[in-house]
Design a protein around this ligand. Structure first.
Ligand SMILES: Cc1cc2nc3c(=O)[nH]c(=O)nc-3n(C[C@H](O)[C@H](O)[C@H](O)COP(=O)(O)OP(=O)(O)OC[C@H]3O[C@@H](n4cnc5c(N)ncnc54)[C@H](O)[C@@H]3O)c2cc1C
Length: 397
């Protein structure tokens, strides 16, 4: 079963790449060390992704969006405010409204729904070979790559794509250097039910210990008004907050909203805790190897763009590979790999720098910096052209 492309890692980025390439007729093998059951419908776990408009189109083209088993929720309004816990938000704010774009800014999709849709699509495509649970050993030479399975089987691939996440084994085995930036922050992620509807509105409230985000989710019968929260706080405190009993946790969440537009909140489901850091690979290529998604870059979740960056890698890469395949070119040729890196790495580095600066500027209680950023917030709010430019970029259009 020799293939054109072998993808290691069937997370949202690797899985989407496999489906997108298979739709265009490429032969793909995808390997994941976790099992990828096609029909499993896990229980609600409160984690969700904000998927921007450009990546949504990619998921549609790959046949994944249509397979989502649960409704997504459009984000049609984003309020950006600044404040301190327990205090109302500063009166200077920035709001992106429906008038700033001719479609929703993004869609909130439950992580379990994306996983179910991805796995089902991977198993349904005739030219994808799914190898999971499995680990592989890859031998890459200028003339081609050989992928060895633990059971002794092996196959050839023109190109190997590392989509194996932040701790990518393929990246470290190839000796590609990685740079890491620490934030001293940990994110608490969970779902909350609330008293009043969110009207498809999201909130980014900047607090001295880190940003607090509320993202609208599609309601359920039990909880008609539901949102996801990503609450970043100092490492030393986050786990203690996450372990609070429900009523105290709810009060702490309400103290961090900066307004009362959602009314009383109730935590729903499990709470997840993620230490935050940014990281970037010094290069995205090696002999017959490419890095994509979190294997290539990881950023602060302040703007909900981490996965979207990975999807943008896939949009560029599938375009390059499909064109090369239609011409009968070698998919692992150094010039082609260099073309991918040139298209993606500068834009990804820019996003990493922007989210890093935003976090350092806003997770700060210095009065002069507070004043400067409040002026910045209101400045962008009052300049519709600048607002629209921000929106267009974040939507990946
Ligand atoms: C708190 C938090 C909130 C976030 N919120 C958002 C958001 O709202 N929007 C957004 O766009 N992004 C968000 N992100 C970022 C997002 O979660 C990641 O960018 C995304 O999961 C990366 O996808 P991936 O497919 O590259 O990697 P992963 O999701 O890490 O998938 C890697 C896959 O590779 C497999 N694997 C690993 N090693 C091996 C191996 N050796 N062999 C075989 N298989 C292997 C794993 O089993 C896994 O399936 C958030 C991140 C955090 C921490």
């Amino acid at each position: 079963m020799d293939v054109d492309v072998c993808i290691v890692g069937a997370g949202p980025v690797g899985g989407s790449l496999a489906c997108r390439l298979a739709v265009e007729g490429l032969r793909v093998a995808i390997v994941d060390r976790a099992d990828l059951p096609p029909m499993e419908h896990p229980d609600f776990d409160g984690r969700a992704y904000a998927i921007a408009a450009g990546p949504k189109k990619l998921l549609e083209e790959a046949g994944i969006w249509q397979a989502l088993p649960l409704s997504s929720c459009p984000i049609e309004d984003i309020l950006v405010t600044d404040g301190r816990p327990g205090e109302p938000a500063s009166s200077l704010f920035l709001e992106f409204t429906r008038a700033d774009a001719n479609q929703p800014f993004g869609w909130m999709v439950e992580a379990r729904a994306l996983r179910v849709a991805l796995n089902a699509t991977l198993h349904n495509m005739p030219n994808i070979t799914v190898l999971a649970p499995a680990e592989v050993k890859v031998v890459r030479k200028p003339e081609g790559a050989i992928v060895h399975l633990q059971d002794g089987r092996s196959f050839r691939a023109s190109l190997v794509v590392a989509a194996d996440g932040r701790k990518s084994r393929l990246r470290s085995e190839s000796g590609i250097p990685l740079t890491k930036l620490s934030y001293g922050q940990t994110a608490i992620v969970c779902a909350i039910a609330h008293e009043f509807p969110h009207d498809n509105g999201a909130l980014e409230h900047f607090l001295p210990a880190g940003p607090f985000a509320q993202l609208p989710m599609a309601g359920t019968e039990e909880h008609p008004y539901l949102s996801a929260i990503v609450w970043s706080d100092k490492d030393a405190l986050a786990q203690r907050f996450a372990d609070l009993p429900n009523d105290v946790f709810a009060r702490e969440v309400e103290r961090r909203m900066g307004n009362h537009r959602l009314g009383k909140v109730t935590p729903v489901g499990r709470r997840w805790v993620y230490p935050l850091s940014a990281q970037y690979a010094q290069r995205y290529t090696d002999t017959r190897l490419l890095l994509v998604g979190d294997a290539a870059h990881g950023i602060h979740p302040i703007a909900g763009q981490g996965l979207n960056l990975g999807f943008r890698d896939i949009i560029a890469l599938s375009d390059i590979l499909v064109t090369a395949h239609s011409r009968g070119d070698d998919l692992g040729a150094p010039a082609l790999l260099a073309c991918y890196q040139a298209r993606c790495r500068p834009a990804n580095m820019l996003m990493l720098a922007a989210t890093d600066t935003l976090d350092r500027l806003f997770s700060n209680d210095n009065p002069i910096i507070r004043l400067a950023r409040d002026i910045g917030i209101v400045g962008v709010h009052r300049l519709p052209k600048l607002r629209k430019a921000f929106v267009k970029h974040a939507m990946g259009l």
